[in-house]
Structure formats: C-alpha cells, structure tokens
Write a protein that binds this ligand. Sequence first.
Ligand code: GTP
Ligand code: MG
Length: 397
Amino acid sequence: MSFSEQNDRPAAPAILVGVDLGLPHFDAELEELGLLSQTAGLEPVARVVCKRKAPDAALFIGKGKADEIKQLADATGAAEILFDQALSPAQQRNLERHLDRPVNDRTLLILEIFAQRARSHEGKLQVELARLRYVSTRLVRRWSHLERQAGGAGVRGGPGEKQIELDRRMISEAIKRTRERLEKVKRQRQTQRRRRERQGAFNISLVGYTNAGKSTLFNALVKAGAYAADQLFATLDTTTRQLYLGEAGRSVSLSDTVGFIRDLPHGLVDAFQATLQEAVDADLLLHVVDAANPNHPEQLAEVQRVLHEIGAAEVPQVLVFNKVDLLDPSLRPRFETDRFELEGVQVPRVFVSGRTGLGLDALRRLLAQEVSRRSGPVAAAAQADSGSDAEGNDSAA
Ligand SMILES: Nc1nc2c(ncn2[C@@H]2O[C@H](COP(=O)(O)OP(=O)(O)OP(=O)(O)O)[C@@H](O)[C@H]2O)c(=O)[nH]1
Ligand SMILES: [Mg+2]
C-alpha cells in the first residue's frame, strides 16, 4: 500500500488479525479494522481471531498461529497483514520476517489514512508531524520518505540500520521544522478565530465518531458541499460556514471537523491539536452519534474520552442521534427530542436523519433555543450584520 498512489491500483489483498487479550473493546468481527483497511485501499481477504492471556514478546501471537497465518497468506495471495492491536517495533519486525510480507497495526493504518486524506496545508503538516513521531519511536527502519517531499511517500523501505544515528538526527530536525511551520498556521487560525469573536459569532462545532454523519448533517444544515463518504476519516480539515437560525433571529458559525475513533494514535491527537482546538473553543458542541450502529454507546463514550483529553469536556453539548432512517420502524423514537444523561448531566437530544432531512427542523429549533439561552443580547446585535460571510479554512497557506 502506498500513501499517494492508492487510487491508481486495485486494492491489495490483506489479512486481518485480532488478538483477544480479554480487554473490553475486543472486536471479534474485526469490522472497524476491515473498514479502516478498505479506506486505506486494501481488500480484506481473510480474518483471523485468536485468544491469548498476554502477547508473546517476540511475535505478539504464538508461533503456531503465525505459521497458520503464513499459510493462509500464501494461499490467498495476501500482500499485507494487519493487526487490530498495537505491535511493538520488535514484534512488528519479527512478524514481518516470519510472515515474509509487510505487517502493520491499527495505528499505522490510521496514520496512512490521515496521510491520504489530508488536503490542506495544515492537515498535511499535522499528519507529517504525527508520522514523524511514530517513526521516531520505531527504531527508524523506514525513513526514506524524509528525503523526499514532506507529506508524500510511505514509510516503507530504507537503507538499513547502520544509518540509525543519522536517521535519528534527520527525524528530530524534521519534527522541529514541521512544528515550527504548524505554529505559524496555528497563529493564523487564532487570528481568524479572534475575528469571529470580535464579530460576536456564536461558534458551534460538530463532533462525533468517524462516519457518524457529521459532514452530511453539516451539508444539510448549511447547504454546503463538504465531502461526505462511507469511509473513515472522510473529513480531516475544518470547514466553517454561517448558519442562519430563524427562530433566534441570528446566524451562528458552524464547523465540520475531523472524526474520532477508538485508540486514536496519541501522536495524532497531539498533532491535530490545532484542528481539535475548534471543539475546545466552541460555544456549543453538536455531538453526532450514528444511532444505527450497534456499537454507538461505545463510540459515544470514546468521543467523550477524547473531549476530556483535549480539554473540551466542559463545552455544553446537544446530542444528535443520526441515521434514524436506518432503524427498524419498531425501534424508532416516538419523540423528536428528549433529554439524555451524559456523565451525570442532562443534555438535550434530538433524533434526525441527515440523509432524509427527518428531524432537522426540530434540530434547528433546539439550536435556536440553546443559542438564545447561551448568548447575550450584545452578541446577538453584533451578529445581525455579519450576514452569510462564509469562511473555509481549507487552504490556509
Ligand atoms: N442512511 C443514512 N446514512 C447517512 C446519514 N447520515 C450520513 N449517512 C451516511 O454515512 C456515511 C458517513 O457520512 P459522513 O457525513 O461522511 O460522516 P462523518 O461523520 O462526516 O465522517 P468522517 O468525516 O469520516 O469522520 C455516508 O455514507 C453518509 O451518506 C443518515 O441520516 N442516514
Ligand atoms: Mg466528515
């Protein structure tokens, strides 16, 4: 799999491996890993699940299991093996030798998807920083991309371990350079935000698990053309548009942004600080939940966890249970809105379908109420003349 040319080639066959270590989040169907691998341009051809008390230090799985996977890989022509659990650098290396093909884990897969998806200058810098950090913890076997243009190539190949010291220095220099460039972008973003604040804008941010339907909802609310797709991490860059709320007699700024996922690589959370800051600084969060996904309670909890981690746990929320059109009619809610207890706080909840438009009027009414309740008359007056000035951050240079 390559970072940049994935669309030009047929999907490479891959085997998915999940190791049940008795942890609560174990996904026996490897469904999310399958979606991640498809998003990254791979085609899952087989799934292997096994149980262990603890990971094997050298191979993560037992040798017998590894032999079994090797046979399966040879039989199916799999080009790559993907683990749902995080591998240590040594385990990854040993497995690659044993299985005779690239072995990757969920973290790297997420990094690769982010690298493929990043479009804006800021997004690319953030991904590059996260990837450099990942590479710097991995004994630097794969670093040749550093010589090429930032944001371009994969982390495969490389001239060997003699160069480790040199590699280390190159990586830490590259990290430093990337961070400086990101700082500059951050300052520009702050200036934009301060301008919105001066205009008395009320800022609403869409947050939620990846694929929950944030961009679809964003488009339905503001009639914009944000990219929505049945892929994980379709959106990486923040887009902001004005949304007029008739009931409140004013407009607000609505931002669509990156989705969250279980075990989001830590380096990514760090690197995406500037993008995630949008949520921290919001006056209100629209927390979008895919109500049709059987795992939505875990996904909601994961989003809450990330919100705590980035310091956005105190921002008031409205819960939007989306995709109700997919629910069995007998399971559809009988009310448009109710209250939901979230970490001991009663928050308003609304049931919608971003696709069919069901419940969107109720959502607009609810937003108008929240905005009127949470913003003073001064802000509302200052807002009156800001009209429909649209602001996209897609091309921050
Ligand atoms: N049936 C149905 N599908 C929906 C609804 N809302 C979104 N979808 C679909 O769900 C998929 C994901 O939608 P997006 O809007 O891209 O989701 P997102 O939360 O922005 O995802 P990321 O940007 O990847 O984090 C797309 O295939 C949408 O068409 C809905 O209300 N009903
Ligand atoms: Mg999106």
